[in-house]
Structures are given as C-alpha cells and as structure tokens.
Design a protein around this ligand. Structure first.
Ligand SMILES: NC(=O)c1ccc[n+]([C@@H]2O[C@H](COP(=O)([O-])OP(=O)(O)OC[C@H]3O[C@@H](n4cnc5c(N)ncnc54)[C@H](OP(=O)(O)O)[C@@H]3O)[C@@H](O)[C@H]2O)c1
Length: 411
C-alpha cells in the first residue's frame, strides 16, 4: 500500500517537499502505515535539469497527472491564482486531498476549494500559505476547539521585516536594503507584492477565515506597505525605544471584524520587538489561554516543506475533519471605525497644524510627535494634511504607565 503524491511545481517549495519525502520516508511510513511516493511532478519548462528519480513522471501537462491510475494527494507549489485553482478543483473532483503553499490562489479561492472539498469528502492543507514553517494554522485549529480567538497579529512577510531590520541595524536607505534583499533572494525583481503589503494581506485573509470563519470584505481592510518609512523615522523610533514592524492584524469586536495591514511601532517589551530579518511571528489572543506567540522561519525551502509535510500527515489522517468553523461575521470595519485612544508616532505636520484636535504627548522634532488619539482623529488629520504619516504604537498604553522610560528624545 502506498500514498501517491503529485507535486505541482519544482521550485524552492516543490523541490523541498520532494526531498523531504525522501529524507523522512520512514517517519511518514510509521505515521501513516503506508509508504509515501512521489508519482509525478508538474513543471513549466522541460529544458531545466532536475534531480528527480527516473520512475517519477515529469510533465508539463496536468492532464497526464490527473489521469494517473492512482493519485491520492496533490501538492500545489506553483505561483499565482491560475492555473493552480483550476488544477486543484480537478484534483478534488477526482477525490484527492490537496495541500497548497500558494497564498495568492488560496486567499482568492480558499472558500470555493473548502466547499468543494467538503462536497467530495477530501481534506485541504494550507499551513504553508501563512508564515512558512510556523505552524499557525494547526495551532488555530487546535485552539478553536474551545478557545474563542479575539485577535491575531502577525509579522508574516519576511522580506519587509528583513528590509526594516537592515535599515535600522546598518542605517541603510529603503532602496539599498531592498537591493540587498533582492541580491540575497529574499525579494523578487518586482517587489511590489511584499513591500506594498499584498502578500501580507493575502495571508491575513487566510488567517481570518481560520480564526473567525470568515474573510473580511477586502475593500474594508486598510493595506499599507513599508515604502513610506524613511531612515530618519527608523532612527527616531530607535531612539525612543521602538522598532518598526510590518504587522497584519484582525480582531473581532462583537459581530464585527476590524482588519489592517500596516507598519506599526513596538516597544522592547512587545514579543515582535526581537523578531528580526526574515523571521515571522504571530500573536494569537484568545479568551481562555490569553496570548500565544509563535515565531520561526517564514519562508525557505525546508521550513516551507516542513509545513507541507505536516499537512501531508494531517490530510491523510484527518478523515474530513478540516471543516472550518464558520461564525457569522456581520460587518467588517476599517481602521477608521475605532474610537478608542491609541498612541501614535506621527510625522509630516507642525504642532499648529495638529491643534486644536490633537495634542502631542511628546515632540520629537519640528514635525514629528507622539500623540494619543483615536483612529478617527488621525484619519481626519491625514485627509486634511496628505503629508502626514502615522504609525500606531502597538503596546502604547505602556507609555502612559512608564512615560519617562520611552520619551527621552525631545528637541
Ligand atoms: N519560497 C518560499 O519560501 C515560499 C514560502 C511559502 C509559500 N510559497 C508559495 O509557494 C509557491 C511556490 O513558490 P516557490 O518559491 O517554490 O516558487 P518558484 O521557486 O518560482 O517555483 C515555482 C515552480 O512552479 C513551476 N510553475 C510555475 N507556474 C507553472 C505552471 N503554470 N505550470 C506548471 N508549473 C509551473 C515552475 O516551473 P519551472 O521550474 O519549469 O519554471 C517552478 O518549478 C508560491 O505560490 C509561493 O507563494 C513560497
């Protein structure tokens, strides 16, 4: 008896999965009671040399794969919505379990695939779509059994985190840090998806579906990348004891969800402060356990393969237990809805321009302040003064308790 697997794509992730199935053959067999064999690999360019065993079908034609006489699991490690969505639909209809690392496809089509999988009584693993090797999806599934998840925050884009870390540690400009990320293979030639927050946004949508049973209306979620962050701002934050992090956040308030994807500041006491370079981290706040922080490698060949292999065991054993809880979330609110006071680092306006509605708690330079105010006030001011940039301080209430420790920079 064997479990026959097809891997779509043989890039960083596909090759990592292939190699891990070979290196962890005995563990998989012991767990599943069957040998796991890669039956086929789908690629685009059949001129490239690949280190794949001779008895594995290597093809550019998905039809050859879907028509194999035995096929149990299809792993999606290709890029983009199409044709991955189409291939996975066919695999589910044939009765295969599927596993995907493809966050863009899954953010767009996750619900349709999950519904189709339920209809065909197969399972879907998508751990690798969020935070690479960090087992956040399985943790949420476990927690969701009784805990009520209230909020999730995450550093889920390693490229942005690497750039912010380089800018602070080496005092580099955004452009130089991005160039280095590209040289090291952490950023694509076109970095828009990472630095403008799209990649993080897709991951937030996947997390939201798992934690809250629903993905918000995409238009209601604020999405801001890291391109507005200058070396000066990073230095100012550093002197104040804060670090910039690009953070996705989604929280449930009653039957409403509030989501955002944006740069924020965190203090030394926040678990994200020491999450540096390409590392990812996710905070889950739930009613019984409180806060849990998971941290680990957000990308790369073997961390991502680890998530896929754990999913391989999960789908093989899950017996259709992958149904996600669905909570009726009635409304999704953007940042502007919040009327609770928060602390912010703001820049690009004068003290006169801030008054009378906003009073600085501290003035850092001519046009940079720490203020305590609501989301509504900040957005109102930003409308009035498009030059204003604003960054919430995630654990800002500590400033109130311990003002002097933080507010050491004054003009
Ligand atoms: N890299 C990571 O660390 C990471 C982490 C988490 C999730 N992911 C996700 O995992 C997926 C794969 O990422 P990757 O980094 O492995 O990408 P990659 O290195 O660019 O590899 C992509 C592979 O897919 C194949 N491919 C692309 N389009 C195809 C098509 N239409 N038909 C058949 N084969 C096709 C390519 O074939 P050729 O080799 O013939 O060009 C290549 O082997 C993406 O969705 C990505 O977002 C990646």
């Amino acid at each position: 008896m064997t479990v026959k697997v097809a891997i779509l794509g043989f890039g960083t992730v596909g090759e990592g999965v292939y190699r891990t199935i070979q290196t962890h053959e005995s563990e998989l067999e012991a767990l599943l009671g069957k040998k796991v064999e890669v039956a086929a690999v789908l690629i685009k360019n059949n001129q490239k040399e690949r280190k794949i065993a001779k008895d594995v079908l290597i093809t550019t034609d998905f039809n050859e794969i879907i028509n194999l006489s035995q096929l149990d699991i299809v792993v999606d490690a290709i890029v983009g919505k199409d044709p991955a969505f189409n291939y996975l639909k066919q695999a589910i209809e044939r009765g295969c379990h599927i596993i995907t690392a493809n966050k863009e496809m899954f953010a767009h089509h996750g619900k349709e695939l999950l519904d189709l999988a339920e209809e065909h009584q197969v399972s879907i693993g998508f751990e690798a779509t969020v935070a690479g090797g960090v087992p956040i999806i399985q943790t949420l599934r476990q927690l969701l059994k009784v805990n009520r998840v209230q909020q999730i925050q995450g550093i889920v884009n390693g490229t942005s985190n690497f750039i912010l870390t380089e800018m602070r540690e080496k005092k580099q400009s955004f452009a130089d840090a991005l160039k280095l990320a590209q040289e090291k293979g952490f950023a694509e030639a076109d970095p828009t998806n990472d630095v403008e927050g799209f990649d993080a946004f897709y991951k937030l949508m996947v997390l939201s579906r798992v934690a809250f049973g629903n993905a918000p209306n995409w238009k209601a979620v604020e999405r801001v990348g890291i391109t507005s962050i200058t070396s000066d701002l990073i230095e100012t934050a550093d002197q104040l004891g804060f670090r910039f992090k690009h953070v996705v956040s989604i929280q449930k308030e009653g039957d409403k969800l509030i989501g955002s994807v944006r740069p924020v500041l965190v203090s030394k006491s926040h678990p994200f402060y020491h999450v540096e370079g390409v590392e990812n981290a996710v905070n889950v706040f739930s009613d019984i356990v409180g806060r849990i922080t998971l941290q680990g490698p957000g990308a790369g060949m073997f961390p991502t393969a680890s998530a896929v292999i754990e999913d391989l065991v999960y789908v093989s054993q899950s017996n259709q237990q992958n149904k996600l809880q669905t909570n009726p979330v009635i409304e999704v609110l953007p940042l502007a809805a919040g009327s609770v006071n928060n602390f912010w680092l703001i820049s690009g306006v004068s003290k006169t321009e801030l008054s009378p509605s906003i009073h600085p708690v501290d003035q850092v330079s001519d046009q940079t302040f720490i203020v305590e105010t609501t989301d509504e006030e900040i957005l109102q001011k930003a409308k009035e003064f498009p030059s204003l940039s604003y960054y919430p301080i995630l654990d800002g209430t500590q400033i109130l308790q311990n003002k002097k420790e933080y507010l050491t920079v004054t003009i």
